[in-house]
Write a protein that binds this ligand. Structure first.
Ligand code: ADE
Ligand code: ZN
Length: 330
């Protein structure tokens, strides 16, 4: 299975670029930019990655992002992630970035997006990896703040395929951002949202009915509601599931109890992704390996998951067909 996981072409659809900041790069950027970190050694950092909830992770994740200051920092961060993709046969990636995490510290929107997109262009040219960028709004902040971010994004509209919603879920339902997403749709952005990670199934209903999402990020709590699962199957609304993240943040008790395979077998369009790989112990292939080790997944189901990653992507039908055909030949 491990060999097949490594060889299969895969797409990643749920990756926060700030969550790919490895401790080594965090330390070197902190030193370069004279930012003080609350850790003395890389071992101390890794020890701090002992999360008990989404919020306990987010506090550390936002603190880590403070080391990103210059365009070259965002370039280095993105390039390091693309090298990982290359090593894992990830042929296409749709990357989240959180502009408010940076603009709130006085970093210009342009600095962030230029650094990321220059690395993405190099990735396409030198590694053959295609990519799209998805701008996420931080849901713990106000809708007004999100509207300002939407406005700041407009000069860079051609570099952004869509918008998402992330950060602290419980207490910040999709309905809080309903007006914002109407505007995003008018701009022509595609729409996704984190829902049903820690929040209950009502967050998923709201993301579908009020925000009109094309994909749900996480969505694992859908199985509390049979009528919701039925809708996801009928409409083939994809879930971008992140198994290692779910265990690390205690959204599920352990990998053996993850509902991903059950949902896949029911006909839900499930995909496998890494979320914040530097914090959760693995990139895409390690996520596939973890589910293969703990769930009774067949080789055909593994291939279905890889095919789903392209099917659920924002690639053209022609590119989707190309990759899905490649996978069918394994
Ligand atoms: N930001 C980065 N990772 C996240 C996650 N798993 N859920 C919500 N917001 C996030
Ligand atoms: Zn996420």
């Amino acid at each position: 299975m491990k060999d097949l996981i490594a060889k299969l072409p895969k797409a990643e659809l749920h990756l926060h670029i700030e969550g790919s900041l490895e401790p080594e790069l965090m330390f070197s950027l902190a030193q370069k930019n004279t930012i003080s970190l609350p850790y003395k050694t890389i071992e101390e950092v890794k020890h701090a990655y002992n999360f008990t909830s989404l919020q306990s992770f987010l506090d550390i994740y936002y603190a880590g992002a403070n080391v990103l200051i210059n365009e070259s920092d965002f370039f280095d961060l993105t390039w390091a992630y693309l090298l990982r993709c290359h090593a894992q046969n990830i042929c296409h990636t749709e990357i989240f970035f959180d502009p408010q995490t940076h603009t709130s510290r006085g970093i210009a929107f342009k600095t962030v997006i230029d650094g990321i997109t220059k690395a993405l262009q190099k990735g396409e040219q030198e590694l053959g990896i295609s990519s799209f960028l998805i701008m996420c709004f931080l849901r713990h902040l106000s809708e007004e703040n999100a509207f300002e971010t939407l406005k700041a994004s407009l000069p860079f509209k051609d570099k952004i395929i869509g918008v998402g919603l992330d950060s602290s879920e419980v207490g910040h339902p999709p309905s809080k951002f309903q007006r914002l997403f109407v505007e995003c749709k008018k701009v022509g952005y595609k729409i996704v949202a984190h829902a049903g990670e820690e929040g209950d199934s009502s967050y998923i209903w709201e993301a579908i009915n009020l925000l009109q999402v094309e994909r749900i990020d996480h969505g694992i709590r859908c199985d509390e509601d049979a009528s919701l699962v039925k809708l996801l199957i009928e409409k083939q609304i994809p879930l971008t599931v992140c198994p290692l993240s779910n265990v690390k943040l205690r959204a599920v008790k352990n990998m053996q109890e993850h509902n991903l395979l059950k949902l896949l077998r029911q006909g839900v369009l499930v995909t496998v992704n890494s979320d914040d790989p530097a914090y959760f112990g693995g990139y895409v292939n390690e996520n596939y390996e973890a589910i293969c080790d703990n769930l009774d997944l067949s080789k055909e189901e593994l291939k279905t998951l890889a095919s789903n990653s392209f099917k659920a992507s924002f690639l053209s039908d022609e590119r989707k067909k190309y990759f899905i055909n490649q996978i069918s030949q394994y």
